[in-house]
Design a protein around this ligand. Structure first.
Ligand code: IDP
Ligand code: MG
Length: 153
């Protein structure tokens, strides 16, 4: 099975009506959507998602932001997807993210940065389990997969 990552279009992405644009970029890259949930993330789940940041000074504001309005929480799948998405997202703050990245093209602030993407296979496994049970992830063939990856012979 190809690698999976948790991608969240954060409250600013939904409110700024950028969800479609962001999803298009993921689809255009050839990734496969395997789960999605449009949900208002509770403070409790936000704290669970950002467990690694529990001792950071920005945690309180981050939890408030993530639980302030609905988000689109998704699992996407592709070979090497975790690293590719991190590159596509750009640096954490929009004001520092390179042009051509999602954050660099569509945001310019220091907290509201549109998108979350897991940063390692371990984080991805943990973060996916925060939002989805195994039976909520849809296993199917992308019929054009060989046009994305090529055929090795
Ligand atoms: P990442 O989203 O690029 O992986 P992380 O360091 O994991 O960045 O931080 C998680 C989220 O916390 C960021 O996406 C951003 O929304 C917020 N954040 C990170 N650092 C700060 C900060 O110094 N001030 C305010 N918010 C921050
Ligand atoms: Mg992170």
């Amino acid at each position: 099975m190809a690698e999976r990552t948790l991608i969240i279009i954060k409250p600013d992405g939904i409110q700024r009506l950028l969800a479609g644009r962001i999803i298009s970029r993921l689809e255009e890259r050839g990734f496969k959507l395997v789960a999605a949930k449009f949900t208002h993330i509770s403070e409790e789940l936000a704290k669970k998602l950002y467990k690694v940041h529990s001792d950071k000074p920005f945690l309180k504001g981050l939890v408030k932001f993530i639980s302030s309005s609905p988000s689109l929480v998704m699992v996407w799948e592709a070979d090497g997807i975790i690293e590719i998405v991190r590159k596509m997202m750009g640096a954490t703050f929009g004001c520092e993210a390179e042009a051509g990245t999602i954050r660099g093209d569509l945001s310019c602030g220091k907290r509201y940065n549109l998108i979350h993407g897991s940063d390692s296979p371990e984080s991805a496994r943990y973060e996916i389990s925060v939002f989805f049970g195994p039976d909520e992830i849809v296993d199917y063939e992308l019929t054009n997969a060989h046009w994305i990856y090529g055929v090795n012979d």
